[in-house]
Design a binder for this molecule. Structure first.
Ligand SMILES: Cc1cc2nc3c(=O)[nH]c(=O)nc-3n(C[C@H](O)[C@H](O)[C@H](O)COP(=O)(O)OP(=O)(O)OC[C@H]3O[C@@H](n4cnc5c(N)ncnc54)[C@H](O)[C@@H]3O)c2cc1C
Length: 412
């Protein structure tokens, strides 16, 4: 029984069904309803081997908070959970914890990338996977200098990255004009259509006999003697199973309360907009480094996305943040205008952000038949196949291919 029909829950369901398990997914929303897994930037990013919680990020965040259009903010709240999370985040920003997190993020990302390739090439899932790398575009020389230090760190970990000057960047992707000082080219990164990927997981899951029950919000968990016996849904039904996976994105914190495990998370709200007829269409996805905006070609369309509003509410649109995203695009792509995005529908999603930037992946403490798969923050799409695969291995009593000890759901 998988609770949550986002990309993480569906990936768990997919691999479990493929391994021969009888799988049911319970999802609160209807199938067509967006969640964080549908409108994101669609990037698969081995380049993101540095966790969100890093030394220096708090100072930068505080400076950004003074500017309404900046890419980061914390929604002021009197809630104790937010302030506790902020303290845990601060504690995680130490050099030793970041050093420990990097290899696991690298291992998860590279393994996940391989699985995406297999899903597309060997298992026939169609989700527009493009393996052309990612450009971290730097408007300023100073940013490019800083990013080259990331290249050095990446190379130590086996990440394929190269610094390019402005001319080389434009030669690499001639379909779009870029006005930048240069870029870091991460060759192993890729991009895809996240909504298509989610639909393909559902299609294949159902072909394998799995079931997804929409409009089924889990409101209660019944557990005794170290096992969960059933979950109940808002419509009054009780659902029994041999094993349970809790994969409800940022809302897994609430499920954790019922399981007796503390899974601190805050929603990191972001926005995206998709141009159906963009003025130019890059072939390579990019990050606008100073603006923290992601730009992804998807079929003939172009998606831009960004902003991290900690504690943000889903669906509520902060126009200043959206302006900050749209205004940044012409700075890097001079053929575009901010007005290109006027009248475009704005999607919002809540990234499930743990305090230390690492997901919760593994057995729920004290409950032999229950597993947690949540908290992937800005990497949920990227890490979805490997998360599903590792959960499948753990459920089936196998040793996971990647050491998941740092991802222990009991760590808080
Ligand atoms: C602007 C933006 C850009 C992003 N770009 C990228 C990117 O390029 N690459 C990348 O890797 N990641 C990206 N992300 C992050 C990624 O989208 C998330 O990490 C990922 O979607 C999280 O997936 P999830 O399945 O954990 O959560 P969700 O997608 O939120 O799914 C959780 C589901 O669980 C359901 N649920 C919750 N509680 C219950 C319950 N009690 N009962 C039943 N159902 C329940 C919810 O309704 C929801 O559908 C981006 C995010 C944003 C906001």
């Amino acid at each position: 029984m998988v609770v949550g029909g986002g990309v993480i829950g569906l990936s768990c369901a997919y691999f479990l069904a493929r391994s021969g398990c009888e799988v049911t997914v319970l999802e609160e929303r209807v199938m067509e309803s967006p969640n964080c897994s549908t409108g994101n930037a669609g990037m698969v990013v081995p380049s993101h081997f540095i966790p969100l919680a890093t030394p220096g990020v708090i100072g930068q965040g505080l400076r950004w908070m003074l500017k309404p259009e900046s890419p980061f903010s914390i929604r002021p709240s009197a809630k104790l959970a937010l302030w506790r999370w902020a303290w845990q985040f601060y504690r995680a920003c130490s050099p030793s914890r970041v050093k420990a997190a990097k290899p696991i993020l690298r291992d998860l990302s590279l393994a996940s990338r391989t699985l995406f390739e297999r899903l597309a090439e060997e298992e026939g899932l169609e989700f527009q996977l493009v393996q052309r790398g990612l450009l971290a575009l730097c408007k300023k020389e100073e940013t490019l200098r800083h990013e080259s230090t990331v290249v050095d760190q990446g190379r130590v970990l086996g990440i394929d990255a190269e610094v390019l000057d402005s001319k080389a960047v434009n030669v690499l992707d001639p379909g779009v004009t870029m006005d930048v000082a240069g870029a870091v080219y991460f060759r192993q990164d890729c991009h895809l259509n996240p909504a298509a990927f989610r639909l393909e997981l559902i299609r294949r899951l159902e072909e394998m006999g799995g079931k997804v029950h929409w409009e089924s919000k889990v409101t209660g968990v019944e557990h005794a003697q170290g096992r969960v016996h059933s979950v109940s849904t808002a419509d009054g039904n009780a659902w029994h199973a041999d094993g349970f996976i809790m994969a409800g994105g940022v809302w897994t914190t609430t499920l954790g309360e019922q399981l007796g495990v503390s899974l601190p998370m805050q929603g990191g709200k972001g926005y995206s907009m998709t141009l159906t007829s963009p003025r130019q269409l890059p072939e390579i996805c990019s990050l606008l480094m100073e603006a923290r905006v992601a730009v992804t070609p998807m079929g003939g369309k172009l998606r831009i996305g960004g902003t991290m509003e900690i504690g943000g509410k889903e669906g509520v649109i902060n126009e200043a943040k959206v302006r900050g995203i749209t205004k940044s695009v012409p700075n890097y792509f001079p053929e575009f205008q901010a007005s290109d995005f006027e009248g475009q529908e704005t999607w919002t999603g809540l990234r499930p952000c743990t305090p230390d930037g690492l997901p919760y992946l593994g057995r729920c403490p004290g409950l032999a038949n229950t597993f947690i798969a949540a908290g992937h923050a800005m990497l949920g799409l990227s890490l979805s196949p490997i998360s599903g695969w590792l959960i499948c291995q753990m459920v089936n009593g196998e040793t996971p291919d990647v050491d998941v000890s740092l991802l222990d759901p009991g760590r808080y």
